[in-house]
Design a protein around this ligand. Sequence first.
Ligand SMILES: Nc1ncnc2c1ncn2[C@@H]1O[C@H](COP(=O)(O)OP(=O)(O)OP(=O)(O)O)[C@@H](O)[C@H]1O
Ligand SMILES: [Mg+2]
Length: 252
Amino acid sequence: MEAILSVKGLCKTYVTKSNSNTVLDHVDLTVGAGEFVAVMGPSGSGKSTLLYTVSGMDKPTSGDVVFSGKNMSGMGAKALNRMRLTEMGFIFQQMYMMKKLSILDNILLPGFQANNDRAAVRSRADELMKRLGITETARSEITEVSGGQLQRACLCRALINSPKIIFADEPTGALNSKAAGDVMRELVAANRGGTACLMVTHSERVAAQSDRVIYLVDGGIRGELVLGKIGSEDEISAREKQLRGWLGGLGW
Ligand SMILES: Nc1ncnc2c1ncn2[C@@H]1O[C@H](COP(=O)(O)OP(=O)(O)OP(=O)(O)O)[C@@H](O)[C@H]1O
Ligand SMILES: [Mg+2]
């Protein structure tokens, strides 16, 4: 499989006045084009830091991140921003929605920045909101909707430019099981359509829907479980059981 994301020797050390904290320690990771990879591991193991550094939101201390054939460490801010806008989608814990814009306008914004065909962006936004069941929130302020609705709006925004990859940090963390199921259905559907996904999650049920699970401890990859692509939702429970057994052996 061709790689969309290739990470080699990635290190991240946070230095403060009193100490330095190595959060990622020589991580090697490849995500294939169209692959769905889940990252699990204890709290503080570096999962969010990994997502931030491989997506160009933060700079690694050392190591190489190659996305779609381009080494990100050699790219200027403008080219990096353009690449993130047009080729990557983000669903992060701090959701970075614009407070002054409605839900719909938040979803449209990156679409309009990337694409001059405003009617096409608008109809894609409408379709995504309909699929995620949040059409009625279109004109709402972001403070007027529930956490689950906001999370689903973030997913619409992440998908608006049909990215090559989605980076998701606990995309179902704030959701009840019904809303979590809706979000996962859309992520799996986007993945079937060819969008790769690198997703951090604490949920076995959520991770069980990915192709491959990696386990991070103290900033290093300690294990990997290949599940393969999920065929239908009927397979979730058996995959979840397999994953739970594997995680148990790692001290989860
Ligand atoms: N900006 C920062 N400055 C200093 N230390 C940081 C910074 N961001 C994260 N850390 C430290 O890096 C470590 C890993 O944090 P990270 O957020 O990546 O963990 P995580 O695996 O995502 O945890 P969780 O499951 O709780 O979200 C923690 O010890 C944290 O305190
Ligand atoms: Mg985190």
